[in-house]
Design a protein around this ligand. Structure first.
Ligand code: TRP
Length: 464
């Protein structure tokens, strides 16, 4: 086996210098920092609960391995080769076919739509930092009514959302400062450990076994079209795929990162966090006689209950939400960075201006999402969905899978196979089967699965 010392060949030596992550570990950490967020601790458990449990988990794991993982490799490969923002990268990656820039344009739209509901939920997390802190200091304890009043309110959730957006815009306006990156990196392991504490407590509650069975004993009859589509959409959402975030991050990857093992490690770490969150929440839901289909409030109603069963529980609850808030910031920064990078690189705006404009657009749509749960707009639906659900559905279940399909087609069929294979390891020896396996997944498995699931959910074909 040749060693790692082979020099990195490739066109980037001649390309203009761009920012890059400093090391293989730094690149891994930053990528995990974008992936891990509300998707793990809020969305994964809530979708699992609303879609029937283990069958959804199984579909999700398959979607990660067979579809999301290869798409991540393509995004990183295209990003690292092109070293441009997403719109320009896809506009130039296939010779004489600039229309693929549409992937980047759709990505800008996805970023705004995702942030519209993401910042609503992030606002709840920040509100819970405050409320659980007050409870720990002897104030009013957290109850399910606490969440109902917060999410169903008008000014309170709006104020938290505006605060979260201002914070994110402020961070990104100054560039992703080394400080934030270092803090996020240090606190990720802390989130992991605290999740383990939650798991220990939840798994030793009387009746916890039902929750574990709910997560891991699939009833295949539950794999309907909408369930499959949600699992696929979550796989893209979870790993920040299908809209240019991972392409942009790919452009910061140093030459010595071997793309296949790196992507596999990111997917594994991210999935581990989701499963740990599920193992904290479902045993507790069953032990306390709650309902798994608790919807978006599941996290907020369950975690305080779990910790309430422990000495010092109120303090643990506060620590949990602080860590969740920090994980959320990392993900939001990677979302807002896509339009901001484009406004700066193409539009010539100064970073603070670009950040403010983007945040304002996100707040305009975000207020619609937030108010769709208050009496003010709760009656308003579009295609039968309130704005919160509509933005979530259109981004996760339509734009991201369609973007992922286009990315797989570009990477698998339209760029030179030799270039693509060379980009995977830049000459740092990796086993040849990495390239072959990824090619098989990118060319055939991923596009066919995405297409089948999309057509199935449109009712064009009936698989499930
Ligand atoms: N992956 C993040 C989460 O699970 C959310 C996120 C960050 C995202 N950047 C993204 C989702 C880009 C889709 C696209 O919380």
């Amino acid at each position: 086996m040749p060693s790692l010392a082979a020099p990195p060949p490739g066109p980037t030596l001649a390309a203009p210098r761009r920012d890059a992550f400093a090391s293989t570990l730094g690149a891994f950490a930053a990528t995990v920092g974008s992936a891990v967020g509300l998707g793990n601790i809020w969305k994964f458990p809530y979708l699992t609960g609303s879609n029937g449990g283990a069958a959804f988990v199984l579909a999700y794991l398959l979607a990660v391995a067979l579809v999301a993982l290869p798409v991540m490799v393509v995004e990183h490969a295209i990003g690292r080769r092109m070293r441009l923002d997403a719109v320009q990268a896809y506009g130039r990656v296939v010779p004489r076919q600039p229309a693929w820039a549409a992937i980047g344009w759709a990505g800008l739209l996805s970023a705004v739509l995702i942030m519209a509901f993401y910042t609503d939920v992030a606002g709840w997390v920040f509100a819970y930092v405050w409320k659980s802190g007050v409870a720990a200091a002897g104030g009013a304890p957290l109850t399910p009514e606490t969440f109902g009043r917060l999410a169903g309110g008008t000014w309170e959730p709006l104020a938290w959302q505006a605060g979260v957006l201002a914070l994110t815009a402020g961070i990104i306006a100054g560039g992703v400062s080394a400080g934030i990156e270092r803090v996020t990196k240090a606190l990720m392991p802390a989130l992991f450990v605290l999740l383990l504490v939650c798991d220990l407590r939840a798994l030793t509650l009387p009746g916890a076994g039902a929750g574990v069975a709910y997560l891991f004993t699939p009833d295949l009859a539950k794999l309907t079209g909408p369930v499959l589509l949600s699992a696929l959409g979550l796989a893209f959402f979870k790993l920040s795929l299908g809209m240019g975030t991972m392409t942009t991050y790919g452009s910061y990857l140093p030459a010595e990162v071997r793309l296949v093992p790196n992507a596999a490690r990111v997917a594994l770490a991210d999935t581990a966090v989701s499963l740990l969150a599920g193992l904290a929440i479902f045993p507790a839901v069953f032990a306390f006689g709650g309902t798994p289909a608790g919807g978006p409030g599941l996290l907020f109603n369950t975690i305080p209950l779990v910790f309430a069963q422990m000495p010092g529980g109120a303090i643990f609850t506060t620590v949990f939400f602080v860590l969740a808030a920090i994980a959320t910031i990392g993900a939001m920064v990677s979302l807002i960075e896509v339009p901001v990078a484009w406004l700066v690189e193409r539009g010539g705006l100064r970073r603070p201006v670009a950040a403010s404009v983007t945040a304002a657009a996100m707040f305009a749509l975000g207020a619609l999402a937030t108010l769709s749960q208050s009496p003010l707009l709760s009656g308003v639906t579009v295609f039968g969905k309130g704005f919160f659900d509509l933005f979530d559905f259109v981004s996760s279940n339509v734009l991201l899978p369609v973007g992922g399909l286009a990315i797989a087609v570009v990477g698998g069929w339209l760029v030179s196979r030799a270039d693509f294979a060379a980009e995977l390891d830049r000459g740092y020896a990796t086993p040849a089967w990495h390239g072959r396996a990824v090619m098989l997944l990118v060319r055939f498995v991923a596009p066919v699965l995405i297409l089948l699931i999309l057509l199935n959910s449109l009712g064009v074909i009936r698989v499930a």
